[in-house]
Design a protein around this ligand. Sequence first.
Ligand SMILES: [Zn+2]
Length: 443
Amino acid sequence: MSARLVVNAWLIAVDEAMSEFRPGWIHVEGDRIVALGGGPVPEVPGAEILDAEGDIVMPGMVNPHCHMPMSLFRGLAEDVDDRLFRYMLPLERKFVSPEMVRIGARLAAFEMIAGGVTTVADMYYHETEIGRVVDEAGMRGVVGQTLADFDPPDHRSFEEGFALAEELAGTFAGHPRVTASIAPHAPYSTGPAVMEMAALWAADHGGLPIQIHLAETEAEIAWARKEHGMSTVELAMGTGILRPKTICAHFLLVDDADIRILAGSGAAVAHNARSNGKGGRGMARIEDMRAAGIPVGIATDGAMSGNTLDLFSQFGVVSIFAKLRGGSRKPMPARDVIRMATVEGARVLGMDAAIGSLEPGKQADLIRIDLSAPRLHPIYDPYAMLAFSTMPTDVRDVMVAGEWILRDREVLTLERHKVMSDALQMADRFRLEISAIDGESRR
Ligand SMILES: [Zn+2]
């Protein structure tokens, strides 16, 4: 078993006591943390030693809602209001293939690793391929096969969708870093019967995580009222889909009763502040949710919606939205932002016993933040610095399950040149199709 020691670090453990050690050390054996602390560094014969030179070392970050291959759609038709129907759905129908999702997922994995995200929850199509990319990239992931009724690119019926989920679960059964999941797209695009089947499927597979977009749009709220005479959250609750290890993305257009229902169910929320804001949809009630005991993680959504896949780009928006909602400086303090990005995000995925904080016995998922940039100083409060001044490019080293996957800002697990050239070639094919769509509409 390989032993590693990180020494001379400003250790931020994000444990219950919010322990800090400066200077601190952390001892890793195999994929686990054995010990950490301040004071004298233990003698570990044969250990690889990394001198952190006073930099911050903290838990790897958790992104609880992403559509990795959509990195290929980043910035496409940015300000066009009907871009979903005009460009996205036609492009997805024409181009989404196992090859396309691999190329997009690699671009996304590269960005997340370089920005300090060590665990991602993803939902998209051909998800088994995405799981393979997460594995080869050395990341940790919950990968969810999407189910939807809008003629999605990889299944023509729900039966075929469940067959893909079955393949996914079989491929990653017992995998140490990749967990299969099922992802009914949203209540309106699956319906209560399929949501019920998805809940049973997850239970039959040892309680695998479920991912769903919930209470995201006005159209969804109106649909639930009109078709079912209740809120979309009440509807979801009735299907049995809301339970621990269910990740509800957005949970934006909700009232007090909806928040009470979700809190009682044990389900959790992936908060996509940038995506919600850019869509002009609103600012989620995350303070109320957290006060009710709902775990809330900070997520990026796909890069088509939020543009970036690191969490530093989210922190300002998350905090500012909460402060604007509350009309004061107090809501969503920097410490809470960092907790949500790490241990609370892990709780959203039902993985907080294994990851999310630096504690003996937990998986060795950690990142080092280079403090050499003048714009990070002075540092009166490391959490304020992490929440508001740090950029993804300040991440210098990343370890997942005891293995370095980023060293000195170089991703070790993916070939930078190939990731880029594949992605740009795919984008050229999209460009041609966009010209064709625009030409068609001018005729
Ligand atoms: Zn989404």
